[in-house]
Design a protein around this ligand. Structure first.
Ligand SMILES: Cc1cc2nc3c(=O)[nH]c(=O)nc-3n(C[C@H](O)[C@H](O)[C@H](O)COP(=O)(O)OP(=O)(O)OC[C@H]3O[C@@H](n4cnc5c(N)ncnc54)[C@H](O)[C@@H]3O)c2cc1C
Length: 468
């Protein structure tokens, strides 16, 4: 039987980061992965989808902006096969890099499926059926999450698909119906819409991207419909029939009325569920909550002190950077250092077109807490850099406490929102005030100036818009 100080089950952005940090800290560590290191994020989530999104954005810009900018090119065409080959190449480079980093930091990697059989024992079943028994002091559960399937839309891998298949399509569907107007559905739906698919989005709730600042969401909605897409809210996809020509007739209940929408491919994007089943957690009494998450305290500990839970498995928000930060912190905890999860915010980035990014409280959330708010807002349409990029849709919104002027939240929709939000996260971590944003000199001409102006606007002192 092999012995380790720590075993990390799952090699996603939570697990592999934790194992690398444990290795750096001199803790004898093994990481176990049943599919491929990098988890959902590197293999079929964040990175593959962002490669496609970037390709779609470039393709759209070539059509919509090049001529205006005075750039003449020949016929612009899309080659789905070449795009997929390029994407797969990126994935290979990254997963290979992770394997290298684990090794060079002294963490072992075993490929196989791990089962917790005792508080200090994990069995790993390898592809050839052999079982390796491992004795450990600490167990880190980092098994992530899996796409939720709807019983009436069972995945067939071709016409009824989930995100995993949607990032690997080698043919753009003529018509695409997305069930679920959340992050994954809108990001991938807009990719194929940019490449020419007729997009229909069916959302059960009254809003797309529920919980996100709805002023930001409206900008994205407008773009979807401007490109000819249709959005049904308060609508439930009930099931489908296959038509003689091979297409699908999808039945939608829209506020009590049934409509049929014909499509070629259905993407089911109704969320992810945590991978807490078949892990052996019942063998040791690890608590699993009603939704299947394995909750952890601020030190990452489950109800069993030497068993930790991180990433998607430990609860929302299900984001790669949250998983990785938890992985780093829990490694420090296991190494005996003073560390805990005590961040001010977990920023979120949504790679729609345009992008949305958020950090901290929305206006509504602040008001619900009884705080009097003052909002500063600056539109990209008033910014030279955004004009020079031909990307003027959107704005930066800063939510502040009306009395103290402390920054409570930042919400951006527009070009490079995902990059710009880090400044918002830093402002929240440092308990910044609107003055801090407004008085920090931002280089000209940059998109970041919108952030500075939004801070100034909250103080009634924006220069390039009228202060009302
Ligand atoms: C299409 C899509 C796009 C996304 N885009 C973004 C984005 O832009 N930004 C962002 O922050 N997040 C994004 N996410 C979410 C992000 O991928 C997850 O939050 C992140 O991967 C979670 O990391 P994790 O380490 O907790 O789990 P995972 O990445 O799910 O990794 C868990 C790993 O554990 C392994 N495993 C499970 N059970 C066992 C077992 N018993 N034994 C051994 N190994 C096991 C799995 O094979 C897997 O590799 C996206 C997700 C999807 C689906």
């Amino acid at each position: 039987m092999k012995t380790y100080d720590a075993i990390v089950i799952g090699g996603g952005p939570g697990g592999y980061v934790c194992a690398i940090r444990l290795g750096q800290l001199g803790v004898k560590t093994v990481c176990v992965e049943k599919e491929e290191v990098g988890g959902v994020c590197l293999n079929w989530g964040c990175i593959p989808s962002k490669a496609l999104i970037n390709a779609a954005h470039t393709y759209e810009k070539a059509h919509s902006s090049f001529a205006t900018m005075g750039i003449k090119v020949g016929k612009i065409e899309h080659d789905a096969n070449a795009m997929q080959d390029w994407k797969e190449d990126i994935v290979k480079k990254l997963t290979g890099g992770v394997r290298g980093l684990l090794k060079s930091n002294g963490a072992d990697l075993i490929m196989g499926t791990a089962t917790v059989v005792g508080k200090n024992r994990v069995d790993v079943t390898k592809a050839d059926g052999t079982v390796e028994q491992i004795e450990v002091k600490n167990i880190v559960l980092a098994t992530g999450s899996t796409t939720i399937e709807i019983p009436t839309f069972k995945f067939d891998g071709k016409q009824v698909i989930g995100a995993k298949e949607a990032v690997s399509l080698r043919e753009v569907p003529k018509r695409l119906l997305v069930i679920g107007g959340g992050v994954i559905g809108l990001e991938l739906g807009m990719v194929y819409q940019a490449f020419g698919a007729e997009l229909v989005v069916v959302e059960f709730l009254p809003n797309l991207l529920n919980g996100v600042d709805q002023d930001c969401v409206k900008v994205v909605e407008r773009k979807i419909t401007k490109r000819g897409g249709k959005i049904y809210k308060n609508a439930k996809a009930m099931g489908y029939d296959k038509l003689p020509d091979g297409s699908l007739a999808v039945k939608i209940d829209i506020e009590g009325k049934t409509e049929t929408i014909n499509t070629d491919v259905v993407l089911v994007a109704v969320g992810m569920r945590p991978n807490s089943r078949n892990l052996g957690l019942e063998n040791v009494g690890v608590h699993i909550d009603k939704r299947g998450f394995v909750p952890a305290d601020q030190f990452g500990r489950t109800n069993i002190p030497n068993i930790y839970s991180i990433g998607d498995l430990s609860g929302p928000p299900m984001l790669a950077h949250k998983a990785s930060k938890e992985g780093e912190i829990i490694a420090e905890v296991i190494a005996g250092h003073h560390a805990a999860k005590d961040w001010a915010c977990i920023p979120g980035a949504i790679f729609t077109d345009p992008e949305i990014a958020t950090a901290g409280l929305t206006e509504d959330e602040a008001k619900a807490k009884g705080i009097e708010v003052k909002v500063g807002k600056f539109p990209f349409a008033a910014l030279g850099k955004a004009m020079a990029m031909l990307e003027t849709d959107g704005f930066v919104k800063v939510v502040t406490d009306k009395n103290t002027k402390q920054v409570l939240g930042v919400h951006i929709v527009g070009p490079e929102a995902s990059t710009m939000i880090s400044e918002g996260a830093l402002a929240l971590e440092m308990s910044a005030f609107a003055e801090d944003l407004a008085l920090t000199i931002h280089p000209h001409p940059t998109l970041g100036e919108a952030f500075m102006e939004a801070g100034a606007h909250a103080l009634g002192a924006a220069i390039h818009i009228v202060n009302r």
